[in-house]
Design a protein. Structure first.
Length: 375
């Protein structure tokens, strides 16, 4: 099949999933065309059957702050669909990608029957999409898509609850990991570069948006650090980085907290870690938690959204009410002090992650594509 993929290229789960999906599909013989304003961060180097098409926007004084990216994207989606004779445009994150794909499809009417597949990822439904400035267009573009998928049952249900979506059947296809990249450590070498010997390593990976509550990560770490020697590794960057840095200084933790910034390949860091912290306000899936589990790292996360579909409470980590810092500290201290419990959680986490390998999940997308094409 010839498949276009539109996603955000920036550091974040939806772009990561879209890119890994494209690469996996290309390995399976499909022709993949990424369309975005920059090359997605996980698209490294050359891959056979994969092409990136950059959306360019002309500068024009009239536009000032309002350079109409969505229009330029629709034009590029149309152009690529026509030139490459695409069967499908698979868009990740509804806003504005599903609406622009609909525009591209309209422009192709009578010449080519481009099918639109929309994958909902999270805040496109739970937060931004429900804002009155976007609501009606989000609903419209979901309803106009030929197929709609959501990354968790929670997100599917939230889509029905918030948008109604007459006539759309939202199919749950979970996120996945490449088992060749995300796997347990063979020995103790990955942890040596992360922390002094004798320290437990706690890790958090995100785009530091307010929804991730990165300040709570630092506070949870502070509570655990009071009880045992430990280092916190923070990977990623975003709007709340400064707040997290300030909290680190306020709690006098500078010696034990390391900010790594954006790192493309986090697997080695995860493999060197003992515990993953994800105290998010909301999380439709929690790809970062799955990646940690695949590397045999138990997860402490908020009991919100779709996280319970990934982290099995008490088996592969612990889920606590959002903002309940004390509960997360108590679980963290217990897990890190009890070697047998920690080993049990590690083992269960890596086994659970095998339910979400690319080999299991990508064929579900291929089947969906075949269905929509009537093949
Ligand atoms: O919805 C977002 O905040 C953006 C998106 C991203 O690009 O980081 O994150 C969402 O999609 C991920 C991949 O499907 C999920 O693992 C995240 O849970 C989800 N984020 C939220 O729901 C907050």
């Amino acid at each position: 099949m010839r498949i276009g993929i539109t996603c955000y290229p920036t550091y974040g789960g939806s772009g990561a999933v879209a890119t890994e999906l494209g690469l996996e599909l290309a390995r399976r013989g499909h022709e993949i065309h990424f369309v975005s304003y920059a090359s997605p961060f996980r698209l490294r180097g050359y891959a056979e059957r994969v092409t990136f098409h950059e959306v360019t926007q002309p500068e024009y004084p009239l536009f000032e702050q309002s350079s109409p990216y969505a229009l330029a994207l629709a034009v590029k989606q149309h152009e690529v669909a026509m030139r490459e004779n695409l069967d499908i445009m698979h868009v990740h994150y509804a806003i504005p990608h599903a609406a622009t794909a609909w525009l591209a499809k309209q422009m192709l009417k009578g010449q080519q029957d481009l099918k639109i597949v929309t994958t909902l990822h999270g805040t496109d439904i739970t937060l931004v999409g429900q804002d009155p400035s976007y609501y009606t267009l989000t609903k419209f573009s979901i309803e106009q898509s030929d197929r709609v998928t959501a990354v968790s049952a929670f997100l599917r249900d939230e889509t029905y609850r918030a948008f109604g979506c007459a006539g759309c059947d939202v199919v749950v296809i979970p996120n996945f990991i490449a088992a060749s990249e995300y796997h347990p450590a063979a020995d103790a070498s990955p942890r040596r570069s992360l922390a002094p010997s004798g320290h437990k390593v706690l890790v958090h990976v995100s785009n530091f948006r307010p929804v991730k509550r990165v300040r709570d990560v630092v506070r949870v770490f502070a509570g655990i650090r009071r009880e045992l020697p430990a280092t916190l590794v923070l990977v990623g960057d975003g709007p709340d980085r400064d707040a997290a840095e300030q909290e680190t200084d306020r709690l006098k933790l500078r010696r034990d907290v390391r900010f790594f910034g954006k790192v493309d390949n986090v697997a080695d860091i995860l493999r060197g870690s003992d515990l993953f912290l994800l105290p998010s306000e909301t999380e439709s899936f929690g790809l970062a938690a799955l990646e940690a589990m695949a590397c045999a790292v138990p997860v402490l996360a908020s009991a919100v959204g779709g996280l319970a579909e990934v982290v099995v409470d008490g088996e592969t980590g612990f889920l606590t009410p959002p903002r309940d810092i004390d509960a997360m500290i108590a679980h963290g201290v217990r897990v890190l002090r009890d070697g047998a419990l920690h080993a049990r959680l590690r083992d269960a986490a890596s086994r659970r992650a095998l339910d979400f390998t690319a080999d299991r999940v990508v064929p579900q997308y291929e089947q969906l594509y075949r269905d929509v094409l009537g093949a």
